[in-house]
Design a protein around this ligand. Sequence first.
Ligand SMILES: *Cc1c(COP(=O)(O)O)cnc(C)c1O
Length: 376
Amino acid sequence: MRGIKLTDLRLQYQEIGEEIEKVIRRVLEEGEFILGRELERFEEELAEFCGVEYAVGVASGTDALVIALLALGIGKGDAVITSPFTFIATAEAIIRVGAKPVFADICFQDLTLDPKEIEQCLSTGKENFRAILPVHLYGQMANMERIREIADRYRLKVIEDAAQAIGGEIKTRAGVIKVGTISDVGCLSFFPSKNLGGCGDGGAIITNSKEIAEKAKVLRNHGGRNGRYLFHGLNSRLDNLQAGVLRVKLKYLNSWLKMRQRNARYYNELLKGIPNLLLPSVERGGVFNYYTIRIKGNRRERVEKMLKKEGVESAVYYPVCLHLQEVYRELGYKQGDFPVAEQAQKEVLSLPMYPELRKEEIEKIADLVKRALKES
Ligand SMILES: *Cc1c(COP(=O)(O)O)cnc(C)c1O
């Protein structure tokens, strides 16, 4: 058996390469690359897939967050509550618009923003809080129902960082709803390794608000229309080549998400009941951009080494919490501020996860994990 990568995009290309090449050729022949029909069609299809009224394609997931914040009028003097255990882009976007990220600790169970900690933050009343920015980490659903309730009580906006969670389903008392529909704006990334990945960078915002969608469309195109500029904008469009590729892949996304969930269930089945090992929930509508286990008792390195020796990739997302990053020293946090996040940073390990991952491969990986944890 050859090595197993964390995510292997070559297999997807083997499956749908011809269709991808066909659409690229078509866009090239049409000679329309920026803000054209291909993008409009993708935006319609994406909105439909996500169950929202509007989707606006932008140049990256990071820009989607920036544009969402700008569209909501969040900037200098404002504060936004978010997770300290996420990809840097989440906090970077808040800083980029001139606002201040305020971190709140995460839940032990799913490593997403803890509503109780959000309330704790808000009750201090020290900042001009304007929004909550939960992250569906690894494709696991944050507690959106509680977060929306808190936001409404404090009259805050909610922006979902759904870069890892397109197509995820959130269980609420009123039934199952889709990612990006209970917040004011959802932000998606089409970075190649995300669940819907382009052949390069890309992102989108999704929303039910016509006003936000229209403002986002203006913002992504320098803040103006027909030579008249209303806002300080960006150059951040999703180009038609990416839109064409994403349109092809969107048709397969539901089946790919199901394959990810099936793989996660199989991992869980094989790995259950092992001491010092915590497994992600497969019951909560997650879409497994990563399959991330937690290894207790300082044994993570042992597992990493064993996997590496046998040609299996693994990765630590994320090795350093945001509140402990050098770049955010100015925010004044210190070690010990967010114990759950700091514990997670020491324990998480993401194992290979992609739709085409084979049963035998999952079995091999699970065996290696077990073997590494047995040796003492
Ligand atoms: C990937 C990612 C982003 C940023 O997306 P890009 O398209 O790479 O800019 C933001 N937040 C999270 C949680 C991500 O995983």
